[in-house]
Write a protein that binds this ligand. Structure first.
Ligand code: ATP
Ligand code: MG
Length: 217
């Protein structure tokens, strides 16, 4: 048990993009989370298992040591705060950005210049709070859990703070990106105690992840 390693991943793009990194470490995941309802997946290494959790829950599992390590977006880590987590490697996967977007007809620059109080809908309340505070813009934040693009279209908010990659979801909903807050990629996060106690088992995997991710930098 002492040398068992648990890796926390979320289903979808992070799982898919982490598989090649695991393979670089000689580890194959032997079950497909899209096909099975299992939340604990075995790997070709009897000492390594993968748990499937919500993307925004990965830091929490790792922080409390329920997982020794995990993969999470910088967006998620920034909201979480990173407490109890060692963040050694930028994996250069799941790249996108966090931006402010508004309805095509809304004059954002003018509203900001006039010192208007903005209603901003987002899942990223901490990131948004910091961003607008640093600009000296007063905002009322409205916490949402998904489909942020809808909020300006139905009058819930003046602006949203959300992830953008190609911009096609914004375009499809007649929204425009008006401010870029931060570039996002996924990071490897490691529980600080596990890093010390399981260093021997973790170290070769971290080295392989680092090698594999350098080629994407
Ligand atoms: P859930 O579906 O459980 O609410 P989620 O939508 O955050 O979670 P994903 O869509 O799998 O889950 O996103 C996981 C991470 O991948 C995000 O935290 C972000 O870092 C990154 N990401 C999200 N959308 C994109 C995208 N369109 N392109 C590239 N990376 C993305
Ligand atoms: Mg998503």
């Amino acid at each position: 048990m002492g040398s068992q390693l648990t890796l926390a991943l979320s289903k979808g793009r992070i799982f898919e993009e982490t598989l090649p990194l695991l393979e670089e470490a000689g580890i194959r995941v032997t079950e497909d989370p899209e096909k099975s309802r299992k939340l604990i997946l075995a790997t070709s290494d009897p000492d390594v298992r993968v748990i499937i959790v919500r993307a925004s829950d990965v830091p929490t599992y790792v922080q409390y040591g329920a997982a020794d390590f995990g993969v999470a977006g910088k967006d998620v880590l920034h909201e979480h705060g990173g407490e109890g987590l060692y963040q050694p490697i930028d994996l250069h996967i799941a790249k996108c950005r966090v931006s402010v977007a508004v309805s095509a007809g809304f004059d954002y620059e003018n509203a900001v210049r006039q010192g208007a109080r903005l209603r901003v809908a987002t899942k990223y309340t901490e990131t948004a709070r910091q961003h607008f505070a640093s600009k000296g813009v007063h905002v009322d934040l409205i916490k949402l859990y998904g489909s942020m693009e809808l909020a300006p279209l139905v009058g819930l908010a003046d602006a949203i703070v959300d992830l953008v990659s190609t911009g096609s979801t914004l375009r499809a909903n007649n929204l425009v990106e008006v401010e870029h807050i931060m570039d996002i990629s996924s990071r490897l996060v490691v529980n600080q105690a596990a890093l010390k106690l399981k260093r021997e088992r973790l170290q070769p995997i971290l080295a392989a992840f680092e090698r594999a991710s350098l080629s994407k930098a």
